[in-house]
Design a protein around this ligand. Structure first.
Ligand code: PMP
Length: 419
């Protein structure tokens, strides 16, 4: 695989070259959100400059143009995920929005008293709380496939938790805490052998791995645009056509109905419009398509190779730093995330120390406190990479961690648990 042309990739990100020319920030919190390339910023400005109007409603040229751009964006997403049909792509506000949509529509219909829903022990709250609330509301039980070592969930461990009352499996493709890559295709197969549908949280996978929804075979697959170089407020729910076709609306309102009369039953339009009530963030969808097209041009194998190089470099370099321990085994199947624990120091102390060295990382439980409990940790310091990340930035982290002197290894946050 050809390597990423790092200098020219970095030149595409205005964020990396701030107008005040201050000391360079090492932005290594890309699992939280990525910076945006010029083509995405341009797509936003271009949309608002040349096509801004509401979609699907106006009988005039400008509105037709906006509608066309929005539907073209849907086609780009379909292609990116290798879905079979454009109407299998629903635009959402992000992964959280997509999971709540599924819990309130698809799952609410099939989960009843005495049933269960299965998740893994490594879920982000956004792929945990919608199912937990659903179970509470419907008298069902949430079952958890243990993930205490943080290693990939094994198909046999999922099989052991599936029961004859399991109605749904929801699992993450890549852990946002440790970067663990789950064998989703095999996990989906195990669930399908028992007739159980599967929802996959792809929020941390889409920025790093080639994702082919037909190869994975999941019934639903969700991701957030802002974590894959797209704008805030953009996200995607992929669903198999036959399953989506059957779903009731999530939110109701403009754009979802064929017509409404006060004393007649309401009839809803087909998907995707039925599941996209109200005015969507059209510009965000258009700019997300620009991001995905751009990423595909870089080449997803090259992105994967870049990730692997950075993760392995970081794991090697951190190995030699006193009191620092890499959590899990991120180098086994690198997905752009390396989480560390520092002996005797709270993750917030480490985060604060790195911040003073111009390094931005995420510290704490990463919206996954239940998983951190399973790992037996108060939190981690998460270093997460993007296409513009460099080994020089890793060198800076290592150097900063080495400057913590003995006397400073005391925590300001003894035992405190953070989000
Ligand atoms: N799932 C995972 C694995 C994530 O990492 C995140 C974002 N941290 C989410 C879900 C939620 O995504 P969003 O906040 O964009 O809805």
């Amino acid at each position: 695989t050809a390597a990423l042309p790092l200098a020219s990739v970095r030149a595409e990100f205005p964020f990396l070259d701030p107008p005040d020319h201050g000391p360079p920030l090492a932005y290594l919190d890309n699992a939280a959100t990525t910076q945006k390339p010029r083509c995405v910023l341009d797509a936003l400005v271009d949309y608002y400059t040349t096509a801004n109007s509401n979609i699907g409603r106006g009988f005039y040229e400008l509105s037709r143009r906006a509608t066309t751009r929005y539907e073209e964006a849907r086609a780009v997403v379909r292609q990116f995920l290798n879905a079979a049909h454009d109407d299998e792509i629903i635009f959402t506000r992000g992964t959280t929005d997509a999971m709540n949509l599924l819990a309130d529509t698809f799952a609410a219909r099939i989960v009843g008293p005495g049933d269960d829903v299965v998740v893994t022990g490594m879920e982000h709250n956004s792929n945990l709380l919608p199912w937990r609330r659903l179970c509470e509301r419907h008298g069902a039980t949430l079952r958890v496939v243990p993930a205490s070592a943080g290693l990939p969930v094994r198909p046999e461990d999922l099989a052991a938790v599936l029961g004859h009352r399991t109605r749904l499996v929801a699992l993450t493709h890549v852990s946002n805490v440790l970067g663990t890559v789950n064998p989703v295709r095999d996990l989906v197969r195990v669930a399908h052998e028992r007739g159980v549908p599967v929802v996959v949280d792809g929020a941390q996978a889409v920025p790093h791995l080639p994702v082919d929804v037909r190869e994975i075979g999941a019934d639903f697959y969700c991701f957030s645009g802002h974590k894959v170089y797209g704008p805030m407020g953009s996200g995607v729910l992929y669903g198999r056509r036959d399953l989506l076709a059957d779903l009731p609306p999530y939110q109701v309102g403009g754009g979802t109905v064929k017509g409404v009369a006060h004393h007649a039953p309401v009839s809803y339009v087909p998907v995707p419009a039925r599941l996209e009530a109200g005015t969507p963030d059209i510009a965000a969808a258009v700019a997300l398509a620009a991001a995905l097209t751009w990423l595909d041009q870089l080449g997803r194998p090259a992105v994967r190779a870049h990730d692997a190089q950075l993760v392995r470099y970081a794991v090697d370099a951190l190995h030699d730093v006193d009191r620092v321990r890499v959590v899990g085994d991120p180098a086994a199947d690198p997905a752009g995330i390396v989480s560390i624990a520092v002996d005797g120091l709270h993750p917030y102390d480490v985060g604060g120390h790195l911040d003073r060295h111009g390094i931005a990382v995420r510290s704490g439980v990463h919206c996954a406190s239940a998983f951190l409990d399973e790992l037996g940790l108060l939190g981690t310091v998460r270093i997460s990479f993007a296409v513009y990340s460099t080994t020089a930035e890793i060198d800076r982290i290592v150097a900063a961690l080495r400057t913590v002197r003995a006397g400073e290894w005391t925590t300001h946050y003894p035992g405190v648990r953070f989000r």
